[in-house]
Design a protein around this ligand. Structure first.
Ligand SMILES: [Zn+2]
Length: 93
């Protein structure tokens, strides 16, 4: 009478418990590190104005804080200089 039950308990002991401990430890560690590495910059608050979609990363940015660019008579807005650069890289021949 030591068939499947014993196999299951062995499986739990050898695999499930270490896995759970590992995940628990990892979430504890990542919690500590993410708190430590959190940037001091405040989150981008919507400070009024119309929101425009950044065509590179898809973030919505307000016209005040965005980097604006006029392309063929249309205003294009970017959340950051990085996206602005990427846009120009993409349009380059
Ligand atoms: Zn962006």
């Amino acid at each position: 009478m030591s068939g499947p039950n014993r196999m299951i308990s062995a499986f739990v002991r050898e695999f499930v418990i270490p896995l759970v401990l590992f995940l628990l430890l990892r979430s504890l560690l990542s919690g500590v590190f993410s708190r430590r590495n959190q940037p001091a910059a405040p989150p981008p608050a919507p400070s009024g104005g119309t929101l425009h979609k950044d065509p590179i990363c898809g973030t919505y940015v307000s016209a005040d804080s965005a980097i604006a660019l006029t392309v063929k008579g249309e205003q294009v807005y970017f959340c950051s200089r990085e996206c602005w650069d990427k846009y120009h890289e993409g349009s380059r021949p």
